[in-house]
Design a protein around this ligand. Structure first.
Ligand code: NAP
Length: 295
């Protein structure tokens, strides 16, 4: 019997935090300022709370005072789900123009009336701590990104924590979104993994199972509980489950965890896997953004 190890995202996030505290003392002493535009939804509030706690631990400012008072002119803000496009653009422009702001993060998914691509293109690329500006996407394409998608970077941290070399491995990514599936595919490619991207068309063609069965490394980022059956997992695979779904008031991923654990060598749980590492990657990118602007 080989290993069947559950990857502890909280422990990995703590290690990244300790490294930042040790290696980026000068930057953290200057208190980089992160501005987050989040939405009035449960998911967005939960993510923002986690970001706020991580920022406070590193003394990265979020511009919200102890009373929780919020104004975009001085800090991060919660926005109603029906916020109009010009209002979002006004906030981002304010943060772009404010030299004391170093990182800008807009929560996704954005409401339907918001043109997410326009928003991405508006953020100053050097303040874009989610790596969604077209210039940062292009840099990722050429493997020269200074700031990348926080979730994709978190996925790579979890994979790298296993110590398994990726060169020549069959990597399968399920989901091709702009903030997870596509960037993680590029990062796997950079490591010389043979990378296959599966999506809704793969599933409709009835080919999802056969691709998943080939995967030495499987990354799933869809948002459909139990989409990936445990019995599909290749023996000894690394399985990274990015999905977040609420089923019967419990948070679960996209992979049938218990069954998959019996076959995988390493698997990330939900919750406690990708999530905490992603939050810490926002902080790491904020430090990087600060250095980029001070260059
Ligand atoms: P998204 O933008 O909705 O993308 C989902 C992707 O899955 C799309 O590419 C979609 O393809 C594809 N898809 C839909 N049905 C499919 C199927 N049956 N088979 C294969 N692919 C299918 O979502 P996202 O932002 O990438 O997030 C994905 C999941 O990860 C969500 O549950 C989200 O909450 C979670 N998430 C977690 C973290 C974290 O830090 N833990 C961070 C970000 C996101 P089409 O577009 O062609 O339909």
């Amino acid at each position: 019997m080989g290993t069947h190890q559950v990857l502890d995202g909280r422990k990995i996030a703590e290690r990244i935090k300790q490294t930042l505290l040790k290696e980026e003392t000068a930057v953290l002493r200057a208190h980089p300022q992160l501005r987050v535009l989040y939405f009035d939804t449960t998911a967005s509030q939960v993510y923002w709370q986690a970001q706020r706690v991580a920022a406070a631990a590193l003394e990265i400012g979020t511009g919200v005072d102890k009373s929780g008072r919020e104004s975009y002119k001085t800090g991060s803000v919660s926005c109603p789900w029906n916020i109009p496009q010009p209002e979002v653009e006004r906030i981002i422009q304010w943060w772009n123009d404010d030299p004391s702001v170093h990182g800008i993060f807009v929560h996704q998914p954005m409401p339907v009336q918001i043109d997410a691509q326009r928003v991405s293109a508006l953020i100053d690329p050097r303040k874009d701590v989610e790596g969604i500006h077209p210039a940062n996407c292009a840099r990722r394409f050429f493997a020269k990104a200074r700031i990348g998608s926080c979730t994709a970077l978190a996925v790579m941290e979890l994979i790298e924590s296993t110590g398994v070399a990726l060169e020549g491995k069959e990597a399968v990514v399920v989901g091709h979104s702009e903030i997870v599936g596509r960037p993680v595919s590029m990062l796997l490619l950079d490591k010389l993994a043979t990378t296959t991207i599966c999506h809704v068309g793969t599933d409709r063609a009835g080919r999802l199972e056969s691709h998943v069965r080939q995967a030495d490394v499987l990354v799933v980022a869809v948002g459909k509980p139990q989409l990936i059956k445990g019995s599909w997992i290749k023996s000894g695979a690394i399985v990274i489950d990015v999905g977040i779904n609420v089923v019967n008031k419990r948070v679960v991923g996209d992979v049938e965890f218990d069954e998959a654990l019996k076959r995988a060598a390493y698997i990330s749980p939900v919750p406690g896997g990708v999530g905490p590492v992603t939050v810490m990657m926002v902080m790491k990118n904020t430090v990087e953004a600060f250095k980029w602007q001070r260059r």
